[in-house]
Design a protein around this ligand. Structure first.
Ligand SMILES: Nc1ncnc2c1ncn2[C@@H]1O[C@H](COP(=O)(O)OP(=O)(O)OP(=O)(O)O)[C@@H](O)[C@H]1O
Ligand SMILES: [Mg+2]
Length: 561
C-alpha cells in the first residue's frame, strides 16, 4: 500500500529550503539516512571514482511498493510527516521529502525496491525526468544507484575538491552514521575495495574500533545518565589519544549526527584537565530526548538542530565527562596539573533543569566563539527599560539585565561559599539598615551569632563590619535574610544562607527589570558576565543573552527566505 504523500503547500513552505546535494558525500548521507529510516539492519555502500561516476546504497529495509517507488522522486513527497504536528515531533532522520528529488535532478538514478512478499520494482530517472519503470529482481529492501553525478550541472563541479578530500568526506559521514547506529551492520567499499565495516552489534568497543582502528578503545570510559527524561550516553576514548582537531568529537541526538558548537565545547571542557592545550579528544555523545524538545528543521542538510535549553545540556555533558574521566582515574599529567590548577575532587553537582521551560523560536543563543567568553559587543541602547541592546558585525544582541545580574551574583556566591573566609571588612560609616523594631530586637539578641558569620553591629544596631565575601549591593538583603533565619530558626545555617544569597538574593537583589543603568554600570555588568562560567543563562535556566543574526533579521523582513 502506498505510504508516500505529497505535502500540502502550507507544510511545504514551512520546511527549511535549500540545496542538499552539493557533493558526493551529501548524496551518500541522504541515501544512508533513508535506509536507516526504512529500518534496515544491513546497509552497504559502494562508491566509484569518489562518487562522481557511481554510488550504490543497498539496504534490507522495508522497501517500497511500485506506486511509492515513483512517488519518492516527487518534491515534498514523504512518508515521514503529514502535518505541522509531525514536523515538530520528528522521529526519523528524513522528513523534508526532498532528497531523492534533488539527487535525481542532478544525476541518473536507478532505484530497485521490494517489499516483503511482493514483487520487486525498478524506476529510472535522469536529470529529474522519469525514464522508465518495470519489474525487477532483488531481495527485500532497496538498492539505489546514482550515476554521473552533476552530469547536467557542470557548474557544481567547481565545488568538488581533490579526490582525497571527497573520499574523506564520504568516509567521514559514513563513520558518523555507523557510530550513531550500532544496531545496523554497515559496509563501505571504494572502487571495489572494502574500506570500513561494522558488525551490527551493541558492543561499542567493537564498533568504535572498527571505525577508528584496532585497540583505539583501550582505556575508554563510558557513562549513561538520565536527567529529567533526557538520556545522555558518552563514550570517551583515552585522553592519550589526542587529536589536533575537534572533529572526532561526535554528538548524536535521537540517532542523528549533529554539529553543535556548545556541546562539542562541553566535551572539550570536560576533558580539559586531561589534555594538552590545543589537543582534542575522540569522544561520542549520544543524546536521546523527546522529539518535541528538538527542532530539526533549521537547515536543509539537518546538521544543525535547535535544542530547548542547550546550555543546560552542555553543562551536564561537561560534568558527566569530567566525572567519568576522574572516576576512571585517568592520570592527569603533572605538567598539566600546574597549568590547569586541576581540581581533583569532582565539583560537578547536577542542577535541576527544565528542558521544556523555553522553546527557542527565531532566535539563537549566541554561538560562542569560545565558551565562557562573550563576543565583543558595542552598546546601542536599552529597550523597554530591561533589555540592553548591543551589536557587532554578526548581528544584534539583547541582554536581559535582570537575568544577567542574577547569573553574576549566583556564580559569585557559589564560588565564595566553596571556601567561605572569615575575614571581615569595615564599613566606611556605620550602616543604618531599614529594619523594623522586631528585626532590631532579633539582632540585639543575637549579636554573637551574627558576629560568628561576619556581621558586626554596634550598640545602636548600626552595621560596622561585614564578611568580605558579601557584595556591597547585597548587604541589606543579606542582613534581612540572616535576621529572618534567626527569627524563625534561632540559628544561622551557612549552607542555607549561601543558597539564599545565591538564588533568592541574587534574584531579589539583582538589578530589577526597568531600573535604568548608567553606562558605567552596564560596562561593569558585562565585564562580570564575561568571566562567568556560564554567562548564557540565569540560575533558573532562562537565557541572559539572545542573538539575532543579520540573517535572522533579514528573514523576518522577508529579504531572504
Ligand atoms: N531506502 C529506502 N527504503 C524505503 N523507502 C525509502 C527509501 N528511500 C526513500 N524511501 C521513501 O521515499 C520517500 C522520499 O525519500 P526522500 O529521501 O526524498 O525524502 P525523506 O526521506 O522523506 O525526507 P528528506 O528529504 O528529509 O530526506 C521517503 O519518505 C520514503 O518513504
Ligand atoms: Mg530522505
Amino acid at each position: 500500500m502506498p505510504v508516500i504523500r505529497q505535502m500540502d503547500q502550507r507544510l511545504a513552505n514551512m520546511i527549511a529550503a535549500g540545496e542538499v546535494v552539493d557533493r558526493p558525500a551529501s548524496v551518500i548521507k541522504e541515501l544512508i539516512e533513508n535506509a536507516i529510516d526504512a529500518k534496515a539492519s544491513v546497509i552497504m555502500v559502494d562508491v566509484f571514482d569518489m562518487g562522481m561516476s557511481k554510488m550504490v546504497v543497498a539496504d534490507n529495509g522495508c522497501g517500497m511498493d511500485h506506486v511509492d517507488a515513483k512517488m519518492a522522486f516527487s518534491r515534498h513527497a514523504t512518508s515521514k510527516i503529514k502535518d505541522e504536528y509531525d514536523l515538530s515531533h520528528i522521529k526519523t532522520l528524513g522528513f523534508r521529502g526532498e532528497a531523492l528529488a534533488a539527487i535525481a535532478s542532478v544525476s541518473k538514478v536507478v532505484l530497485k525496491t521490494r517489499q516483503e512478499d511482493q514483487e520487486g520494482y525498478m524506476v529510472i530517472y535522469e536529470g529529474g525526468h522519469f525514464i522508465s519503470e518495470g519489474v525487477a529482481s532483488l531481495n527485500k529492501g532497496t538498492i539505489i544507484e546514482v550515476n554521473d553525478l552533476f552530469f547536467n550541472t557542470p557548474a557544481r563541479f567547481k565545488y568538488i575538491k581533490s579526490e582525497v578530500a571527497e573520499k574523506n568526506q564520504i568516509i567521514d559521514i559514513f563513520d558518523r552514521l555507523a557510530l550513531a547506529h550500532p544496531e545496523i551492520r554497515f559496509s563501505l567499499s571504494m572502487d571495489g575495495k572494502k574500506v570500513k565495516e561494522t558488525f551490527g552489534k551493541p558492543d561499542m568497543h567493537q564498533l568504535i574500533d572498527s571505525i577508528y582502528g584496532p585497540r583505539m578503545t583501550q582505556g575508554m570510559v563510558s557513562f549513561k545518565e538520565v536527567v529529567q527524561k533526557v538520556e545522555i550516553e558518552g563514550y570517551l576514548l583515552s585522553p592519550q589519544i589526542a587529536r589536533s582537531r575537534k572533529k572526532d568529537i561526535s554528538i548524536f541526538v535521537n540517532g542523528r549526527y549533529i554539529k553543535n558548537y556548545a556541546l562539542v565545547q562541553a566535551v572539550i571542557d570536560g576533558y580539559h584537565s586531561f589534555m594538552m592545550v590545543g589537543k582534542y579528544p575522540v569522544a561520542l555523545i549520544h543524546i536521546v530526548l523527546d522529539p518535541s524538545l528538538l527542532d530539526c528543521n533549521v537547515h536543509p542538510q539537518k546538521y544543525e538542530v535547535k535544542f530547548v535549553n542547550e546550555m543546560i545540556l552542555a553543562y551536564h555533558i561537561e560534568g558527566y565527562v569530567k566525572q567519568a574521566l576522574l572516576s576512571a582515574r585517568h592520570e592527569i599529567p603533572e605538567s598539566l596539573e600546574k597549568i590547569h590548577k586541576v581540581e581533583r575532587e569532582n565539583t560537578y553537582t547536577p542542577i535541576q533543569m527544565d528542558f521544556t521551560e523555553i522553546r527557542e523560536e527565531h532566535v539563537d543563543h549566541i554561538e560562542e566563539k569560545e565558551r565562557h567568553k562573550l563576543p565583543d559587543l558595542s552598546y546601542v541602547g536599552v529597550f523597554s527599560g530591561t533589555y540592553l541592546i548591543f551589536q557587532n558585525e554578526e548581528g544584534m544582541y539583547l541582554v536581559d539585565q535582570h537575568a544577567a545580574a542574577e547569573r553574576v551574583r549566583y556564580e559569585h556566591y557559589m564560588k565564595v561559599f566553596k571556601n567561605p573566609q572569615k575575614i571581615r571588612k569595615m564599613m566606611l560609616l556605620g550602616f543604618a539598615l531599614p529594619l523594623t523594631d522586631q528585626d532590631l530586637s532579633v539582632i540585639k539578641h543575637n549579636l554573637k551569632a551574627l558576629a560568628d558569620v561576619g556581621f558586626i553591629f554596634n550598640e545602636n544596631v548600626e552595621l560596622l563590619e561585614v564578611p568580605t565575601w558579601l557584595r556591597d549591593e547585597d548587604i541589606d538583603l543579606a542582613v534581612e535574610t540572616v535576621v529572618t533565619m534567626l527569627d524563625q530558626e534561632k540559628h544561622i545555617d551557612l549552607l542555607k544562607l549561601r543558597d539564599a544569597l545565591a538564588k533568592d538574593i541574587s534574584c531579589k537583589g539583582a538589578i530589577k527589570a526597568n531600573k535604568s543603568l548608567s553606562k558605567i554600570e552596564i560596562d561593569h555588568l558585562m565585564k562580570e558576565l564575561q568571566v562567568c562560567e556560564n554567562p548564557y543563562h540565569c540560575p533558573h535556566g532562562r537565557p541572559t543573552i539572545i542573538k539575532l543574526s543579520h540573517y535572522d533579521i533579514e528573514r523576518m523582513f522577508k529579504r531572504v527566505v
